[in-house]
Design a binder for this molecule. Structure first.
Ligand code: ACO
Length: 378
C-alpha cells in the first residue's frame, strides 16, 4: 500500500497545530486579542499580575481573587540558593544573561516542586525576574538582592536589579511592556512550550525549552540589534545611507517584518507611546526617541522599495528596544526581560495543551530527502 505524502508547509505557515483561548492575531487588520481583550485596551492600564491571571485562567480575576493570586506569586519569588549560585557561576564564566537564565530555569527543579502544574506555572513566572536580576548583578560583580514582598512584580524586579525603589514611571512602563508581550499566538517559543507540554512533560521543561527558542535573532533576540542600528545611525540625516548599505549587503533590518502582520504590529503602537512617555522628561532620551522615529520612517520607505512584493512593517522589537533602554537596561538584558513577560504566555499555553486531554502529542511529519540505496559494508 502506498503511503500518503505529507503536506509540506515551510515554516508550518498556514497549518493550525492547536486550538487556543489565549490569543488571536489578525495580521491584515493589525489586531491582537488576549483572551478576548485588545492589547491596546489593557496594556497601558493593567498591572502585569492581572494579565498573568487572565492568561492562566482565561478570564479576569475578581478583586479578592487577584489579591490572593498576587500574594501567591509574591511568595514564590525567592529562588533556591543553589540556582542563584549556578547563575552567578555561569555569568562569571562569561555566559550571556539569557543563557544563564536558561540554565537557572532548568535548575528550578531543585526547588520545592509541586505536582500541580498551576502551582508550577506560578512558581516559574514568579522566579524568572529573580533569576534575571541575579544574572544582571553578577555580570556587574554585584551580589543578588532578595525580593521585596511590598513591591509589585515590575517594581520588585527593578528593585532587585538596581537596589533602590524605582520611579512610578519606570514601573508603569515595565508593566505596559510585559502586558504587551505576554502572549502572541503560536510563535516559535510558545509552540516549543506546547510541543513539550503535549508529551505530558512538566512545566519547567516546557518553559526552559521555550527560552531556548526565544533567544534566536529571528524571534526574541532582535531588539538589541534593532537599537544598535539606531545608535549606529546616530543622526537622522545618515539613516538613508546606513540602511541602504545594509539592504544592499543582503542584511535584514532587525525590528522590521513579521510572519503574520501586514500592517504595523499593534504592540509597536503601544510601546511607541510607552517610550514617548518614558522619554518625555529627559532631553537626551527624547532626542533618541525622535531619532528612532526618523530611522523607522526611512527603514519603512527603503524596505518598501527593496521588497515591493512584500509588506515589511515595524515589529514589536523596535520599540521594545527603546522602552527597555529607557528603563536603563543594557541590550544584553532585552531578551531575558522579554522572557519574563512571555513566560506568562508560555505557561498558559503549556497548561492549555496539558488540559486538552484528548489532544495527541504534537508530531509533524518530515519529507525524507536522503539516500535510500546505501549498503552497510563490513
Ligand atoms: N529586513 C530586510 N529584508 C527582510 C526583512 C527585514 N527585516 N524581513 C524579511 N525580509 C525579506 C527576506 O529577506 C525575504 O526576502 P527573499 O524572499 O528575497 O529571501 C522576504 O523578505 C521574506 O522573508 P521571510 O523570512 O520569508 O519572512 P517571514 O515572514 O518568515 O519572516 C521575520 C519574519 C523572521 C521576523 C523576518 O521579517 C525577519 O527576519 N525580521 C528581522 C528580525 C526581527 O525583527 N525579528 C523579530 C520578529 S518579532 C518576534 O519574534 C518577537
Amino acid at each position: 500500500m502506498e503511503t500518503k505524502a505529507p503536506i509540506y508547509a515551510p515554516g508550518l505557515a498556514g497549518i493550525a497545530a492547536a486550538k487556543t483561548r489565549k490569543s488571536r492575531i489578525d495580521g491584515e487588520r493589525g489586531e491582537l486579542l488576549v483572551c478576548g481583550y485588545r492589547v491596546e485596551d489593557f496594556a497601558e492600564r493593567a498591572n502585569f499580575e492581572e494579565i498573568i491571571f487572565l492568561l492562566l485562567h482565561d478570564r479576569r480575576a475578581a478583586p479578592e481573587e487577584l489579591a490572593a493570586f498576587i500574594r501567591e506569586l509574591t511568595a514564590l519569588r525567592e529562588a533556591p540558593p543553589e540556582v542563584l549560585a549556578l547563575i552567578q557561576a555561569a555569568v562569571r564564566q562569561g555566559a550571556p544573561i539569557i543563557d544563564a537564565l536558561r540554565m537557572g530555569s532548568a535548575a528550578l527543579s531543585l526547588g520545592q516542586t509541586s505536582s500541580d502544574p498551576f502551582v508550577e506555572a506560578r512558581r516559574v513566572i514568579a522566579a524568572y525576574p529573580t533569576l534575571v536580576a541575579c544574572a544582571s548583578r553578577a555580570a556587574r560583580g554585584l551580589a543578588a538582592i532578595s525580593p521585596r514582598a511590598d513591591l509589585d512584580h515590575a517594581a520588585n524586579f527593578l528593585y532587585m536589579l538596581h537596589g533602590d525603589a524605582p520611579s512610578a514611571a519606570h514601573v508603569r512602563a515595565l508593566h505596559t511592556y510585559w502586558n504587551t508581550v505576554a502572549d502572541h499566538g503560536l510563535n516559535p517559543s510558545t509552540f516549543a512550550a506546547r510541543v513539550i507540554a503535549s508529551t505530558r512533560s512538566d512545566m519547567i521543561s516546557a518553559l526552559t525549552g521555550a527560552l531556548g527558542a526565544l533567544k534566536g535573532p529571528l524571534h526574541g533576540g532582535a531588539p538589541g540589534p534593532a537599537l544598535d542600528l539606531v545608535f549606529e545611525i546616530g543622526q537622522a540625516e545618515r539613516a538613508e545611507e546606513v540602511i541602504h548599505a545594509r539592504l544592499m549587503r543582503g542584511e535584514r533590518l532587525m525590528g522590521f517584518g513579521h510572519r503574520l502582520y501586514r500592517v504595523r504590529d499593534p504592540r509597536a503602537e503601544v510601546l511607541a507611546r510607552a517610550a514617548e512617555q518614558l522619554y518625555a522628561d529627559d532631553a537626551e532620551l527624547n532626542a533618541l526617541y525622535r531619532l528612532a522615529l526618523a530611522v523607522e520612517q526611512t527603514a519603512l520607505r527603503l524596505l518598501q522599495a527593496h521588497k515591493p512584493e512584500r509588506v515589511l512593517q515595524t515589529n514589536v522589537e523596535f520599540y521594545t528596544a527603546l522602552v527597555l533602554h529607557g528603563l536603563g537596561l543594557p541590550s544584553e538584558m532585552f531578551t531575558p526581560v522579554f522572557a519574563c513577560g512571555r513566560a506568562a504566555g508560555w505557561a498558559a499555553h503549556a497548561l492549555e495543551q496539558r488540559l486538552q486531554r484528548f489532544e495527541r502529542s504534537l508530531r509533524p511529519d518530515a519529507i525524507y530527502e536522503g539516500a535510500t540505496d546505501l549498503k552497510w559494508a563490513e
